[in-house]
Design a protein around this ligand. Structure first.
Ligand SMILES: Cc1ncc(COP(=O)(O)O)c(C=O)c1O
Length: 451
């Protein structure tokens, strides 16, 4: 994303707070898209549309270059007395520091890397479970991805913990906050909750939920996997005890990332080998970290920080934290336009039933992830037809296991899910809508065409 290919920011007075601009206009969006080599993939004679972001996003050149560079020059194990190991260790240290900036953590000691969010959550839940007693309570929700449910459910059997469920309001797929309030009690030890739904896109009022949990004396474990590609995260402002996300969902390599308040990471006993450090983050990072992936994540942060400087109003002197937060504000502003347009386009498809928040006036309560059914068609058939056209979408339950059941859709193949991120183009919404209208029209008139 060289500067000369992007519109320059207007000079702001030193007292004007930075204002994030959306990535709009052909030149700006083309420059951003050019950063992602995968986006130039062709499909037959046409283009390819990545609407599978909720399953995993594409990565910018900076990520690819950093991964290759690590493997070419600094590939070594930890704590050796030789230059490549020293270089590798400084990359690992820098990745922790940058991830702390991305999340708003106090420092690198609060950042733990692992294989993915699921593995980290099983590790932390086992460690928390060690101190729980029969009758202690954990709250989970029917909106969450199962990776923030199953690890806690296992403690029912292992430790005699009581699980309390918070449901959703089916009409708009929002969390039942009154249900949460009444589930909280003196025995509640932890509330496991998502920041945004990976199925229907609902953003949860996470600050309020953390406050409710803390008032009851419970810890919070926030799954921010689906929020991280769409909005700035500030763990200090949220006050959460834990927060997890997955870099491969926000333009980085396959990795998991856990934030834990330093006192929590220190006080809990981790399952670890004896020679491993006794302090966080090392005590939580079992075995050898994937150095090339951490290097790649540094490339992702470099890309995002540039986005924050060029569009987000973060000046050249802004800190990395400020630049990253500005990037996410730009991404949010960009996605707002995509969300409004996608909502209107999907609602215009005959027979399409969208679940979740569908009122355009409430667009700020959701991310641009949309799940729907189409009358008379199985979600897998629709995904397959779109896939043949070069439009990548998901179908099924995407492990939002309870949500799909709560909506009564488990037996009928779940829903089709399309997700937009900042590199998607308005033209891709149009392309999707045209394809869906064609599928819907063909479905609505099979007997006529067959007779
Ligand atoms: C909301 C949410 N939470 C958790 C996960 C699990 O993440 P990971 O693949 O890093 O284990 C996913 C993956 O799809 C997700 O979307």
């Amino acid at each position: 994303m060289p500067n000369d290919r992007l519109p320059q920011l207007h000079t702001a007075s030193p007292h004007t707070p930075p204002v994030a601009r959306a990535i709009e206009g052909g030149a700006a969006l083309s420059a951003v898209r050019a950063e992602f080599p995968a986006l130039s993939r062709r499909h037959g004679d046409g283009t390819y549309s990545y609407l599978d972001g909720p399953g995993g996003t594409q990565v910018p050149r900076a990520t690819i270059a950093a991964m290759a560079g690590y493997l070419e020059r600094s590939n070594a194990n930890h704590e050796g007395a030789f230059p490549t190991s020293e270089e590798s260790d400084s990359i690992l240290a820098e990745a922790h520091a940058a991830a702390a900036d991305f999340l708003g953590a106090a420092g690198p000691g609060e950042v733990v890397f692992g294989q993915n969010m699921t593995t980290l959550t099983f590790a932390v839940s086992r460690a928390i479970g060690r101190s729980l007693r029969a009758g202690d309570e954990i709250i989970v929700t029917r909106m969450d991805h199962d990776a923030n449910v199953a690890p806690w459910l296992a403690l029912e059997e292992e430790r005699g913990v009581t699980i309390r469920w918070v449901g959703i309001r089916e009409g708009d797929c929002t969390l039942d906050l009154e249900g949460l309030e009444s589930a909280l009690g003196p025995r509640t030890r932890l509330v496991a909750v998502g920041m945004a739904s990976n199925a229907v896109g609902t953003i949860n009022p996470i600050l309020r939920i953390v406050e409710m949990a803390h008032r009851a004396g419970a810890w919070t474990y926030v799954d921010a996997v689906h929020a991280a590609p769409h909005m700035a995260i500030d763990v200090a402002a949220l006050g959460t005890d834990f927060l997890v996300c997955s870099p491969y969902k926000f333009f980085g390599p396959h990795l998991g990332l856990l934030y834990g308040k330093s006192e929590r990471l220190e006080q809990l006993a981790a399952y670890k080998v004896r020679p491993a450090p006794n302090e966080p983050p090392g005590k939580w990072e079992t075995g050898t970290l994937p150095g090339e992936a951490l290097a790649g994540l540094l490339g992702t942060f470099e890309y995002l920080a540039r986005l924050g400087r060029e569009f987000g109003g973060a000046g050249e002197t802004a800190t990395r934290r400020e630049a990253l937060a500005a990037a996410m504000a730009t991404i949010q502003a960009t996605e707002r336009g995509l969300a409004v347009a996608a909502l209107a386009a999907l609602r215009g498809v005959p027979g399409l039933q969208l679940r979740g928040i569908v009122d355009p006036a409430r667009i700020d309560e959701r991310v641009p992830t949309f799940a729907f059914t189409l009358a008379g068609r199985n979600p897998r058939e629709i995904a397959t037809e779109l896939g043949r056209l070069g439009i990548a979408v998901w179908d099924g339950d995407y492990y939002a296991y309870e949500l799909i059941r709560a909506l009564g859709l488990a037996e009928s193949g779940g829903m089709v899910r399309v997700g937009f991120v900042h590199y998607n183009e308005p033209a891709e919404i149009e392309r999707l809508a045209v394809a869906l209208v064609e599928i819907a029209t063909r479905t609505a008139a099979p007997s006529r065409s067959q007779s």
